[in-house]
Design a protein around this ligand. Structure first.
Ligand code: SF4
Ligand code: SF4
Length: 96
């Protein structure tokens, strides 16, 4: 029996092979990560470090957060080597 049977849904620090997209973590968000696509070099570090694993690969060109699950923690912005992710207050958006 492998450890994957015990740790399904764990984050990237485990050996799980499934995403952690089943909690309503999007409702926690007060800040929103905005990706400046022209600055993204598609290194994938934002996706690797995102605690909820909600960074979506957009056609192999850049990454974008799935806002249903992004909790606005800012880890992706902190880890991005290009400074391509800007955290902005949710109040600046009127799409919800
Ligand atoms: S960490 Fe920054 S540069 Fe790398 S894929 Fe994410 S947004 Fe793009
Ligand atoms: S702010 Fe970034 S690291 Fe945090 S949950 Fe959202 S996409 Fe993931």
């Amino acid at each position: 029996m492998t450890s994957k049977k015990y740790f399904q849904g764990e984050g990237p620090w485990s050996d799980a092979d499934q995403l952690v997209l089943y909690l309503d973590t999007g409702s926690w968000r007060s800040m929103r990560p905005v990706v400046e696509v022209e600055s993204c070099i598609y290194c994938g570090l934002c996706a690797l470090f995102c605690p909820t694993q909600c960074m979506i690969n957009k056609n192999g060109e850049y990454f974008e957060p799935n806002l249903d699950f992004c909790k606005g923690c800012g880890v992706c912005a902190k880890e991005c080597p290009r400074g391509a992710i800007i955290m902005k207050p949710e109040g600046e958006f009127n799409d919800e």
